[in-house]
Design a binder for this molecule. Sequence first.
Ligand code: NI
Length: 412
Amino acid sequence: MASDWHTALDEIVRDLEPRLIELRRHLHAHPEPSGEELQTSLRLYQMLGDEGLAVRMGPEGCGVLVDEPRDAKGARVAFRGDIDALLIQDEKLVSYHSTRAGVMHACGHDAHATCAYGAAVALRRLVQQNLAPWPLTWRAILQPAEETASGARQMVAAGAMDRVERIFALHVEPKLPVGTVGVRSGPMTANCDLLKIAIHGRGGHGARPHESRDPIAAAATLISTLYQYVPRATDSLEAVVVSIGRVCGGSNPNVIPEHVELEGTVRTLESSVRLSTIDHIQQLARGVEEITGAKIEVQFSGSIPAVFNDADATETLRTAAAEVVGPQHCHLIARPSMGSEDFACYLEHAPGAMFRLGTAGDLSAITPLHTSRFDVDEKALTIGARVLARAVVAACEPKDGNRVERTRTPLP
Ligand code: NI
């Protein structure tokens, strides 16, 4: 019976629910920022190892990889949960609030790690109970440093994508009610390039700016030039957003400093727009140099490509989500987000897709991502684990032989 494994997975995950809530609360209470996820990784490593899963640590003790079966030579289906927290002070009044000053799971990565853990344990038990419909060969990737856009590349370098033919992931969505899931084929997040600008002037007395080359005036001109002329040079139907998030220069009210540093991001959906915007920013900087006499160096680094969800992988997620939450609660996401996600780095190696997991318990009191009161409705944990586990089983289905026909409604 084809449906046996579905029921079995559901029962396994239902039994796991108290443990998933406990794990998520533990991670929430003990957050670690990007690149410092040593205790988080160790805990996941031990808990997954205790289940008899073949675990290995990620680079420098951050992150965990799980391979089932351990030495399988064939292609694997992977799924990823990120594990890092943010430098934000937790201001929630709940028993599991962060115990670390200034560090908080404000992006739901504690929930992602928990869902990935739940999916891994459920898949293992399904095989142990001889209820897997076909051989399951998979890898779970518990990834550090998503927020600093470096963890995915580190995990890939550690072999996370070796022999992977499909990969799935999720992100919590506080704007969607718990019990709903969002999917989207095609672009899901934006390309994001970090922008660093060094402006070198000549310092002087605040009373006599004509004797200086004022880098603060140059910075002000450059910021307003970027904000005005980048959009003016881009087709209004294309998405591009430049934001300067850090301005650093000077230390006295009456002294014109020597240098100013600016940092920001450039986000685009199309790679042609990305390239032309990068060129254009360099050109605008040359123009501001000309006007102000300051030297301006522009550097782009840390580029994260857009997450592009593969149509077939999205269909696998949509089917899984529709089975778990009901087709009426599985939404098509209308537009991509201008946020970025380093899940895109895995998609450079194999096609895959990510879904949005609704986590709002009360839509009238939404706590947005990256804010000090962010929280998730924990009923979402088993939903996320079930969707991930089902997608992995479905994607492991042998492509030759007697493929089971399923009814499919095409995505618009
Ligand atoms: Ni996030």
